[in-house]
Design a binder for this molecule. Structure first.
Ligand SMILES: C[S@@+](CC[C@H](N)C(=O)[O-])C[C@H]1O[C@@H](n2cnc3c(N)ncnc32)[C@H](O)[C@@H]1O
Length: 259
């Protein structure tokens, strides 16, 4: 399928913050419920070890779901790397709770951090989970150039790829939102009427999920985005996910400075 860059509600500056926060909190919740980071951890560990990074800077971290899963996953595997979450629209309530529950392994920036221009003091292995598809090719290229020019290693993951098989799960999204949303802590009570009376949040998550899938870069498109960034060694590919049904894949791109 051709890449289509339709609009995501979550990206709109006018989209109400508490609804965006509900949507990113749901993403964190579902990532944790299905342990969606586990299949990606070996590639992440490899990138962390080969980069020699002293910490992880998680860009586009949203409500901090992958940041927290990374922090605990790294600790379980004997790594002492800490994780620092950043986002253009940080979800303060969820990030504060995740940082408090992390035994000091997770911190976050309360100010907005743009993945296309990361402040120089935020050094470390940059990670992006389910965030790169938000960037049009010019911006996506800028994310890679920013890491390359500041010589900061980068590891990008999307938990799905852009193939028709991924459309199968889309109709289940509103139901999953309705089931999981009340289990989110801290819970914003304003989410409940917008889930069960007027289902704006479930439908918005489903719409953004569909648009996200249509925006995801395939490995050949990722390779093209790295053209000329020769100061880095690039490793790009797909990871088979342990899901029932037709084969499902995550996509990844890892860039490490050449010595
Ligand atoms: C689909 S969410 C993913 C959140 C989280 N990584 C996860 O997997 O649960 C994408 C996030 O990217 C953020 N984002 C979009 N454009 C950005 C940019 N230019 N710089 C930093 N964050 C950005 C959004 O605010 C949103 O929180």
């Amino acid at each position: 399928m051709r890449r289509l860059h339709l609009f995501e509600l979550e990206d709109q500056a006018w989209w109400p913050k508490f609804i965006r926060d509900g949507m990113t909190a749901y993403l964190s919740r579902i990532m944790a419920a299905f342990d969606m980071l586990a299949p990606l951890m070996p590639k992440l560990m490899e990138a962390a070890e080969r980069s020699g990074a002293e910490r992880i800077i998680d860009l586009c971290c949203g409500a901090g779901g992958p940041s927290a899963l990374m922090a605990s996953g790294l600790a379980e595997r004997g790594s002492s790397l800490m994780v620092h979450g950043t986002d253009l629209y940080p979800n303060h309530a969820q990030l504060t709770a995740a940082a408090e529950a992390s035994n000091g392994r997770l911190s976050y920036s309360s100010d907005p951090v743009d993945a296309t221009d990361v402040p120089a003091h935020l050094t470390g292995l940059r990670t992006l989970f389910n965030g790169f598809h938000h960037m049009r090719p010019e911006l996506a290229r800028r994310v890679l150039e920013d890491a390359h020019d500041k010589r900061q290693p980068i590891a990008i993951f999307e938990v799905v790829d852009r193939r028709p098989a991924n459309l199968i799960g889309l109709p289940a999204i509103p139901l999953l939102v309705a089931l999981l949303l009340p289990t989110i802590r801290p819970l914003d009570w304003r989410w409940l009427p917008l889930t069960y009376l007027l289902p704006i949040i479930p439908l918005a998550v489903a719409w953004d999920g569909f648009v996200s899938m249509m925006r995801i870069y395939q490995p050949d498109e990722l390779r093209e985005l790295t053209t000329g960034l020769d100061g880095f060694a690039w490793d790009i590919g797909r990871i088979r996910l342990p899901a029932p049904g037709p084969p499902m894949f995550a996509t990844y791109l890892v860039g490490l400075p050449r010595t």
